[in-house]
Design a protein around this ligand. Structure first.
Ligand code: CA
Length: 341
């Protein structure tokens, strides 16, 4: 039998299928060409559907590597339900080592719900919005800090208005087993896959597993273990699928005063590292101006007392860059007061 290429996926069929999401992309060197995005569907009987995606931002590699390793090993005999895996959602960006698409400059995670007649990145968003999210019960979009940021390996959820959904998402966040779990109030949720999934009532988790467009053995292991733990948590595979994870420290970033933004253009010298406990007013960094070697570097202070969960990965900084993100334990005093109301 001759199989058409790219093979279409039948999401309702039992078994392990590999195919491609096909996004038409006519260009000088490929007039009738397409972008082919690898996709895997492993289904066995009835059960929940978990959608696992990586490479939403192209320069974040923990997710793609962990999901490719899962794709090679996941067999339908071990699964009850359906697992859909897209290791490199914005594959042109992944191959270009760019956060955004080298084709149209699109930031996939700001283009939801997408546009079927739009640019290639808008069309990827539209496919996810219309074909993948509606089929899923649980959506896990694996991110990290990318070229410019570095995180303590973290699993992320949003503070949700529905208490039951909030509790179920918090339980999943703890099951993932990253060192830190962040409960975020999103500052700029417009166009994100997160909001698209949550608006459909899907249980959604994201991650910030590291960064600097690099990989370490520890961070890849956290990604692999986290995904395996979630599949066990939702009953898709017999658990525990991986060795037990250390307890997750659940934290939050209450508002923008927990971000340290660069107020100078120059060279960012961090004085503390990821995971450091810092106090309000502490000098966390100084920014040197190469044009003024005898001048004092600009000190940058902590606006709050907390833990450094993210740090700029690049030494070169300009005005407004995030140098650090601080977090505190969750629930914090404010959340506890709200619970008591
Ligand atoms: Ca990201």
């Amino acid at each position: 039998m001759v199989t058409a290429f790219p093979a279409p996926i039948d999401f309702e069929a039992d078994g392990k299928q590999f195919g491609h999401i096909t996004i038409p992309h006519s260009r000088h060197d490929s007039a009738w060409g397409s972008i082919l995005i690898p996709i895997l569907c492993v289904k066995n009987g009835t059960g929940p559907t978990v959608l696992l995606t990586g490479g939403n931002h192209g320069d974040e590699y923990e997710g793609p590597v962990a999901l490719m390793k899962l794709a090679r090993t996941l067999e339908p005999g071990r699964v009850q339900g359906r697992v859909i895996v897209v290791p490199a959602l914005n594959v042109p960006a992944v191959l270009a080592n760019r956060r955004t698409s080298p084709i149209d400059g699109g930031n996939l995670n700001r283009l939801f719900p997408g546009d079927p007649r739009g640019s290639p990145t808008q069309r990827i968003a539209h496919y996810v919005q219309t074909e993948l999210l509606p089929r899923a019960d649980v959506v896990v979009d694996l991110h990290s800090g990318g070229s410019s940021l570095d995180f303590v390996p973290t699993v992320v959820m949003h503070a949700l208005p529905n208490p039951d959904m909030h509790a179920r998402t918090l339980a999943a966040l703890q099951a993932f087993g990253a060192p830190i779990g962040l409960v975020l109030e999103e500052l700029d949720a417009q166009g994100m896959m997160d909001s698209a999934a949550e608006d459909m009532g899907k249980l959604f988790l994201s991650t910030e597993l590291g960064g600097g467009a690099t990989l370490t053995p520890e961070r890849v292991a956290i990604a692999e273990r986290g995904v395996a733990n979630l599949l066990a948590h939702f009953g898709l595979v017999e658990g525990p699928a991986a060795e037990p994870a250390p307890a997750t420290r659940v934290m939050c970033v209450p508002d923008t005063s927990w971000y340290v933004l660069s107020r100078a253009d120059g060279i960012f010298e961090p004085l503390v590292d990821l995971g450091a406990a810092v106090t309000v007013g502490q000098v966390l960094a100084q920014v040197h101006d190469p044009a003024d070697p005898l001048g004092d570097p600009a000190p940058h202070h902590a606006g709050q007392s907390g833990t450094v969960v993210a740090k700029r990965a690049m030494a070169r900084c300009t005005l407004g860059d995030s140098l650090f993100v601080l977090a505190e334990n969750y629930p914090n005093a404010r959340e506890s007061a709200a619970d008591a109301d």
